[in-house]
Design a protein around this ligand. Sequence first.
Ligand SMILES: Nc1ncnc2c1ncn2[C@@H]1O[C@H](COP(=O)(O)OP(=O)(O)OP(=O)(O)O)[C@@H](O)[C@H]1O
Length: 275
Amino acid sequence: MIFSGPAHHVDHSPAGTVLRETNAREEQKVEKVIEITGLTKTYPNHRGIEDINLEIGKGDIFGFLGPNGAGKTTAMKIMTGLIRPDRGDVRIFGHSVLEEYEKATAQVGSIIEIAESHPYLSAWENLKQIARYYPHVDDSRLDEALELTGMLKYKHEKPRKFSLGMKQRLGIAAAILSRPRLLILDEPLNGLDVEGMIDIRRLIHRLAEEDNTTFFISSHLIHDVELTCTRIGVILNGKMLSVQSMPDILQNYASLENYFVSEVERNGRVSSSAS
Ligand SMILES: Nc1ncnc2c1ncn2[C@@H]1O[C@H](COP(=O)(O)OP(=O)(O)OP(=O)(O)O)[C@@H](O)[C@H]1O
């Protein structure tokens, strides 16, 4: 099973304070894969993220859910070392991304914003370039990663001729190539058709179940997050509103959409009553 154990009980603290989840996770001493503390980044236009606190345990398929501009990419760029926060830190497998970047990201695969590839190398040659960094990745693993993402039939074709969905699949093949223990994927279903979404969702579940891979996935596609993820964090206007397990959400709200709307409305009421 991807997620098991009794329900989580979430402290619905106002946004900006530490969200505490007391429950079986702590009792089971789930290994912490990601610890985010006080993460804050303000761009010159005063937007960004504010005081994000979050823990992701081993085997979680965490869905980072929020509308356009909520702050998902900003948080994920900091997590993968692409930008520095103003305050706070991210620890991955116990290592600070700010202070021990190489150790923190050694077992992490990621796609942030768009899945980049060399347009004039074939799909296979693109993966071969990445494989140079990983001595344990042999040529058969390149084919395996292409097969897992439905790209094996295009292995000799070049990404400049690929659709957005095919580029996204190749990006996912690149991200999983080294068998990372954590995958950080920013909008991984971007550009995929229905079949592509189903394929990638199956792949995510398979990697979580068979290899105990942990996932941190951002998306604004509520229905897909509901089908894919085991825990959900809602982010709005740069602040984490709440974190809950998907079984709890479905039990208490019947659908992720109901939960999301309820959280956004509740936050709106908190803001207006506070002002
Ligand atoms: N380089 C930047 N300079 C100034 N403002 C920025 C910059 N990058 C992001 N922002 C602003 O910070 C906020 C958060 O943006 P971010 O890209 O993190 O959101 P997001 O949740 O990933 O959105 P989307 O779903 O549209 O990708 C937005 O209001 C955005 O306009």
